[in-house]
Design a binder for this molecule. Structure first.
Ligand SMILES: [Zn+2]
Length: 136
């Protein structure tokens, strides 16, 4: 086992939780975005297919509604267990005019007929729905 790591464990929790898509192509960009926009480099991670959208049942039916409930339950558990004070929900998709292949695979699964603009509208609706459920 290597013991020469420059990283040290600390007892201090970051008190921030990021809910983001588990798509591995995004992780470096996600870290850079969070450092630039939120000035955070350490945070708890809840990475699941769909990111913040996994918590929303608005575009879902059947098993996805149950999945969203379970994801919310797991997220709430982390918030309480780690005394999280700030939750950041991330969604991803292609840039304007970008390729459909760059859209979130979980949204493409839920809405297989939808073009990029419609997927983005659903993500915005899901974000609004989640913000509406936010508790102080
Ligand atoms: Zn995704």
């Amino acid at each position: 086992m290597a013991t020469d790591t420059p990283f040290k464990w600390t007892a201090t929790r970051p008190n921030a939780l990021v809910v983001a898509c588990s798509d591995g192509r995004l992780q470096v960009a996600t870290d850079a975005f969070l450092a630039r926009e939120f000035k955070i480099t350490q945070y708890d991670r809840f990475y699941v297919p769909g990111g913040g959208g996994a918590l929303s049942a608005s575009a879902s039916s059947g098993n996805d509604v149950e999945r969203a409930k379970q994801m919310c339950h797991e997220c709430r558990y982390l918030v309480e267990l780690h005394a999280v004070k700030r939750v950041i929900l991330l969604f991803h998709g292609p840039t304007a005019g970008g390729r459909i292949e760059a859209a979130c695979a979980d949204y493409r699964r839920k809405l297989p007929w939808a073009p990029v603009a419609e997927l983005r509208q659903q993500q915005e609706a899901d974000a609004a729905e989640l913000l509406g459920r936010r508790q102080p």
